[in-house]
Design a protein around this ligand. Structure first.
Ligand SMILES: Nc1ncnc2c1ncn2[C@@H]1O[C@H](COP(=O)(O)OP(=O)(O)OP(=O)(O)O)[C@@H](O)[C@H]1O
Length: 276
């Protein structure tokens, strides 16, 4: 069975002044699919995410095609997009993504009222239920606090809850676990996995962390200096990486997580691992 992609990116080119930061990138994300965009620092991941979200800075020149639910949005900024082409977002820095002066409950109430049409009381109940479902202890108390009164992992799960409450068919998460300790990382990855499974929402997961990607995604697009160098099933990319950069990425992840990169990693050919 073949479904139409939720997100279809074709020959995406982004330039800042004379400097190309993304150069001819093409990939699809299918409904309910989790795809990671993997690349080293400075490879153009965040610019790709911003183009998908309609949040490119005014000095960026963009060409190509970005279709969400079949509609062309490449030249349409986020604020002017139709409801069915809007994308929810989880940022790396959860503190600056949330309003520091407003309680978690008030911030979560808004999307429940706006996108689900709930009354204030029902929106509060939905917010508490959602935070509880994400494994946060005592959500009744938590919604009364401001973001600064939460830990990084708690805040990041509030951000995921906010993105979930927006009820979009696509979520983009840009390095959502980079600033977190390993235990909290695992909790946040689980929350993303459970949400996308339950809501059948697609996810574009932006990361330079192959280990995190392998816990969440089945398919990867790997970029280097704004150009796609490899793409396909993550298992295959881990067991048989073709490009030098992918081989280095796998070797680095394997040296940090020797036994658990994925089941596929146990089958990994070793020539390039030995040389890493
Ligand atoms: N305002 C800017 N003007 C010109 N070039 C920029 C600007 N901001 C970023 N760049 C360059 O664009 C390129 C891609 O940046 P981008 O932030 O998309 O990378 P990234 O892969 O997300 O990196 P990281 O993992 O470090 O966030 C980099 O070479 C960066 O130096």
């Amino acid at each position: 069975m073949c479904s139409d992609p939720v997100l279809s990116v074709r020959d995406l080119r982004i330039q800042i002044g004379r400097h190309p930061v993304v150069d001819g990138l093409s990939f699809d994300v299918l409904p309910g699919e989790r795809v990671c965009l993997l690349g080293a620092s400075g490879s153009g991941k965040s610019f790709t995410a911003k183009a998908v979200l309609g949040l490119l800075p005014p000095n960026a020149q963009v060409q190509g095609s970005i279709r969400i639910q079949g509609r062309e949005v490449i030249q349409t900024p986020a604020a002017r997009r139709r409801k069915d082409t809007r994308v929810s977002m989880v940022f790396q820095d959860s503190l600056s993504a949330l309003n520091p002066l407003v309680s978690v409950g008030s911030q979560l109430r808004e999307p429940f009222s706006r996108h689900h049409g709930l009354s204030r009381k029902a929106a509060d109940q939905a917010a508490v239920a959602l935070l509880g479902a994400m494994g946060l202890d005592d959500p009744q108390r938590l919604i009364k606090r401001t973001p600064a009164e939460l830990s990084g992992g708690q805040r990041q799960r509030v951000c995921i809850a906010l993105a979930m409450a927006c009820k979009t068919s696509l979520m983009v998460a840009d390095e959502p676990t980079t600033a977190l300790d390993v235990v909290t990382q695992a909790q946040v990855l689980r929350a993303l996995r459970e949400h996308t499974d339950t809501a059948h929402s697609a996810l574009l997961f932006i990361t330079h962390d192959l280990h995190a990607a392998a816990q969440l995604c089945k398919r990867a697009v790997i970029i280097e200096r704004g150009v796609m160098i490899e793409s396909g099933a993550l298992d295959t990319l881990i067991t048989a990486p073709q490009h030098r950069f992918t081989q280095q990425l796998v070797a680095a992840a394997h040296s940090v997580y020797p036994t658990e990169l994925t089941n596929a990693a146990e089958l990994m050919p070793v020539d390039y691992l030995k040389s890493a």
